[in-house]
Design a protein around this ligand. Structure first.
Ligand SMILES: Cc1cc2nc3c(=O)[nH]c(=O)nc-3n(C[C@H](O)[C@H](O)[C@H](O)COP(=O)(O)OP(=O)(O)OC[C@H]3O[C@@H](n4cnc5c(N)ncnc54)[C@H](O)[C@@H]3O)c2cc1C
Length: 343
């Protein structure tokens, strides 16, 4: 894999394969530190932040044959695929299936139609849900503190997990995309099938197309050239290969596949491995996989790292002046102290 450094030691394109926490003879005999092994080498750190989103995308019932004609939305490189493009260029008809009930599925269906695909079948396992945002506005709008307060004062992680599931309630699309889909349905380019799943798909090696049968069997599809899965990703930290060592050396509870991290966003009180994003939902709430969760998580983690590393390391000017500058920039204490310094 190529290695891209924006600036040495700041951003590095590497794949994390294992994380360990312990004493290391030559480097840290007194305090435990992390050893992060990647495809490029080994790094040591006093704290580690995990912001890896969800689990890697997985195609449900991944076929053995015809893998070139199935794509997960998160691995999409082009739309339509080269084979579908070649058919369209040769003025042949091409049909695709998009699976999923979220905004990504609607965007893929629309894009395919705009790029000339003859017909798109959009399959949703539940009913079409229309919402301005993928979590209820009460979780991301102006008055979100009410919901957040209720979330933070719950008695158990199970209760939090229930709140997360209720707030997200599966995939949904936005009102503007509902209109776009309706327009495509009215022109006959899109067939939207709700409460429908793929029962069976068979690959024909000669025509290089799929024969797809649906649950309920009410609809018969023509030969399908490509199937797109906009089915999201799982959040199951215990399945992540790079967390296997941490799970066995420092086991923690889980709920709904999410790690029960501490209020400080750490793996455990004695393990400063901080978790951000989707996997931190039991602390951040239903907005964890979205930008609102990223923002709140980053803030809470920055505070926690500051506590772990101590003001001395973070005040880059050193001494009182450095600490006051740090407090000013992080919004700690009284900002007037820093102003007094300037005057
Ligand atoms: C189509 C689409 C549209 C969206 N639109 C919105 C929106 O409008 N507003 C909104 O709030 N949210 C939106 N989201 C949700 C969006 O994914 C999040 O807001 C945001 O990307 C979450 O950031 P993150 O850093 O937590 O995770 P991610 O963006 O998923 O980043 C995780 C990163 O970790 C890397 N990684 C994983 N494993 C490893 C490993 N072992 N080693 C090294 N690196 C690893 C991944 O390659 C990835 O780069 C959208 C999502 C999708 C799919």
């Amino acid at each position: 894999m190529d290695r891209y450094n924006l600036r040495d030691n700041i951003v590095s394109h590497e794949k994390v394969e294992d994380i360990r926490f312990g004493y290391i003879e030559d480097i840290s005999k007194v305090d435990k530190i992390f050893t992060v092994r990647t495809n490029e080498g080994v790094h040591h750190a006093k704290t580690v932040v995990l912001a890896t989103g969800g689990n890697p995308p997985q195609i449900p019932d991944m076929p053995v044959e015809g893998t070139e004609a199935v794509t997960h939305a998160m691995q999409l490189k082009e739309m339509p695929s080269p084979r579908v493009r070649a058919k369209l260029d040769a003025r042949l008809s091409a049909n695709i299936v998009v699976v999923g009930g979220g905004l990504t599925s609607a965007q893929l269906a629309d894009l395919a139609i705009r790029r000339g695909v003859t017909k798109v079948w959009l399959l949703m396992r539940g009913p079409l849900k229309v919402k301005p945002f993928d979590v209820g506005l009460e979780w991301v709008g102006k008055f979100r503190n009410f919901e957040q307060a209720a979330f933070w004062t719950t008695d158990s992680v199970e209760e939090r997990w229930e709140m997360i599931k209720t707030a997200r309630n599966g995939g949904s699309i936005t009102p503007p995309y509902k209109k776009i889909l309706e327009r495509h349905v009215s022109t006959g380019r899109l067939c939207l099938l709700q409460n429908t799943t793929i029962k069976e798909k068979k690959w024909d090696t000669v025509s290089k197309t799929w024969s797809v049968s649906l649950s309920g069997g009410s609809q018969t599809l023509p030969r399908i050239d490509h199937i797109y899965f906009a089915t999201g990703v799982q959040s199951d930290f215990e399945c992540l290969p790079f967390l296997q060592t941490m799970c066995s050396d420092y086991p923690i509870e889980s709920c709904g596949g999410l790690p029960c991290i501490t209020e400080n966003m750490a793996w455990r009180d004695d393990v400063p491995l901080f978790i951000a994003g989707r996997l931190a939902a039991l602390q951040l709430g239903p907005g964890a996989p979205n930008l609102i969760g990223a923002r709140i998580g980053a803030e809470r983690i920055a505070w926690s790292i500051q506590d772990v590393l101590g003001a001395k390391e973070s005040g880059n000017d050193g001494g009182d002046a450095g600490k006051r500058r740090f407090d000013y920039l992080t919004g700690r204490g009284s900002r007037y102290d820093a102003l007094a310094e300037v005057m």
